[in-house]
Design a binder for this molecule. Structure first.
Ligand SMILES: Cc1ncc(COP(=O)(O)OP(=O)(O)O)c(N)n1
Ligand SMILES: Cc1nc(C(=O)O)sc1CCOP(=O)(O)O
Ligand SMILES: [Mg+2]
Length: 208
């Protein structure tokens, strides 16, 4: 299996956004370093999720970038995406692993060391860890854990840790110093005036 990309771009499908334009722009800069996680609103239909994922996968494939699907693993399988990401309201990690099979990329959300260890034991290939900083993209999250919270999880597991929540290029160095393998972003790229430039700044921060 190819190594996991370090920049995870999570689609923003809220009204007025153009997720495919943002993915296109990010791919021109990040190429195979990019993982695109297709995340749709809970109110979206499976057909909408399927159609968007097909389009995202078609964009990713020529670049060798990875396409994952948030929550809806049946959509990932139906489209032929590399895998998916699950959290506390989704299939349990062990069940998700059974759905994806032994080779699928499976991300799991973990906010502390013990759940992180359990997720890895159940079959997670990487962990999404946060929220690292405050974010307005998702409501109902616990307080930010900061780089120290990321470090606690990194020290507990042996899979890549992807830091999420309020991540900007300026915040990447501290997260990397805490042991994060990569970062996941919505707003830092999708809300940027120039998504390609924002992607370049994140990649530079992740690879320098
Ligand atoms: C890389 C990454 N980390 C965490 C999450 C959050 O997943 P989850 O807790 O299931 O919340 P939703 O995204 O489903 O609202 C993620 N998607 N990606
Ligand atoms: C979808 C999501 N999950 C999070 C978690 O901590 O589990 S934070 C988050 C939103 C991340 O968006 P932004 O990069 O705009 O802050
Ligand atoms: Mg989820």
């Amino acid at each position: 299996m190819p190594s996991l990309g370090r920049l995870h771009l999570i689609t923003d499908t809220r009204p007025g956004r153009d997720p495919l334009a943002v993915v296109r722009a990010a791919l021109t800069v990040a190429h195979a370093d990019l993982v695109v996680q297709v995340r749709v609103e809970d109110s979206a239909t499976d057909r909408e999720a399927y159609d968007l994922t097909r389009r995202v996968l078609a964009l990713c494939t020529p670049y060798g970038a990875t396409c994952l699907v948030n929550d809806r693993l049946h959509v990932a399988l139906a489209v032929g995406a590399a895998g998916g990401h699950v959290g506390a309201d989704d299939l349990p990690v062990a069940a998700a692993r059974r759905v994806l099979g032994p080779t699928g990329v499976l991300g799991a959300t973990a906010r502390a060391p013990d759940p992180a260890r359990q997720a890895v034991a159940a079959g997670a290939s990487y962990l999404g860890v946060g929220p690292c900083h405050t974010t307005s993209t998702k409501t109902g999250l616990p307080d930010p854990i900061g780089p120290a919270g990321v470090r606690a999880v990194v020290d507990a597991v042996d899979v890549p840790v992807i830091a999420i929540g309020g991540v900007t290029a300026a915040r990447v160095p501290a997260l990397r110093a805490a042991g994060a393998y990569g970062v996941a972003v919505v707003g830092a790229v999708s809300a940027a005036a120039d998504p390609a430039l924002a992607t370049a700044e994140l990649i530079e921060a992740l690879t320098c």
